[in-house]
Design a protein around this ligand. Structure first.
Ligand code: NAI
Ligand code: OAA
Length: 274
């Protein structure tokens, strides 16, 4: 039997998602090696202690790409996607993006698609916290009549966002819509909370025809966030409701985010989709 080649991945960012990717691969032991992590300047020594000697911790993209990974995985920020995506793809490296809110900018989206075409690389886009976007992707092959995404998080998960100036978050007593509008605005104004607004739009009816609501809900079970996706199409209707566990050290991020990324990477090394 041919010996399977191990997949080399390099991470951008060492926060809640990256740490969970380390945990999943440590536990499941797939033929995947995390060969490097790119962190902000000043964080190298501290991160190196946490990840151990086998993983290179670097603070420039150039040093990360020198490790020659098969996939560069962004688990950092929209800023990282904007700053480095084009170079990564143009140089022929596959790029997995989770801060998808950056693609609320159609110019950046087109630039990255073009860079991937030129570089012979692939932009990998996991479902993220919502999970299950294959239904929407299939339905858009027909005619989509309505796509609505609602993201529901506890009031404290909206701290540090524009919702803070309009609402007194700690005193919210019932589910309250803090934003209603277009996906690109949601992704731009709530970069740590509403990437999925753009993901859903780009998987479905587009940036102009997708309805977005962001909700602060104090009645959610502790440590969770939730979402609803409503699709009406000529092929039928889809209603998806999710109640997800939030990362213990980041209430803005659902655990499922990292798990859909891990599963997409595992798909590359397994011999079937499941
Ligand atoms: N599409 C989706 O379903 C979801 C997307 N996200 C997004 O995923 C990203 C990561 O999430 P978490 O791990 O929970 O965040 P986190 O805040 O726990 O960790 C991100 C880490 O990346 C670092 N970072 C940010 N920009 C960087 C840069 N340019 N260079 C090096 N390091 C950088 C930060 O300092 C931080 O340590 C966030 O942008 C978040 O909004 C989060 C949840 C769901
Ligand atoms: O984890 C979630 O519920 C979704 C999220 O933060 C995002 O879309 O950026």
């Amino acid at each position: 039997m041919a010996k399977q080649k191990r997949l080399k991945i390099a991470l951008i960012g060492y926060g809640a998602i990256s740490q969970m990717l380390f945990d999943v691969f440590r536990e499941k032991k797939p033929p995947i090696d995390i060969v490097g992590v790119l962190v902000r300047k000043g964080r190298v020594a501290d991160t190196q202690k946490k990840v151990g000697k086998k993983v290179a911790v670097v603070d420039t993209l150039k040093a990360l790409l020198k490790l020659n990974p098969d996939v560069v995985v962004e688990a950092a920020s929209q800023q990282a996607v904007r700053e480095w995506g084009e170079t990564i793809l143009k140089k022929g490296f596959d790029f997995m993006v989770i801060a998808t809110g950056a693609y609320g900018d159609p110019v950046l989206w087109k630039k990255h698609l073009k860079a991937a075409e030129k570089g012979g690389s692939r932009l990998r886009l996991p479902s993220g916290a919502i999970a299950g976007l294959d239904g929407l992707l299939a339905m858009r092959l027909g005619k989509l009549e309505k796509v609505k995404y609602i993201s529901i998080k506890p009031p404290h998960a909206w701290t540090g966002t524009p919702a803070e100036t309009e609402f007194d978050l700690p005193s919210i007593k019932e589910p309250t819509v803090i934003f209603r509008g277009k996906p690109a605005d949601a992704g731009r104004l709530y970069p740590k909370n509403a990437n999925l607004a753009v993901t859903v739009a780009l998987c479905g009816a587009g940036l102009d025809n997708t309805e977005i609501e962001l909700v602060a809900d104090p009645t959610l079970p502790p440590g969770t966030n939730a979402s609803k996706l409503e699709v009406v199409a000529d092929s039928g209707e889809l209603k998806l409701e999710r109640l997800g566990r939030a990362m213990p050290d980041n209430p803005k991020t659902g655990v499922l985010t990292a798990l859909t990324m891990a599963d997409d990477l595992l798909k590359i090394v397994r011999h079937s989709d499941w």
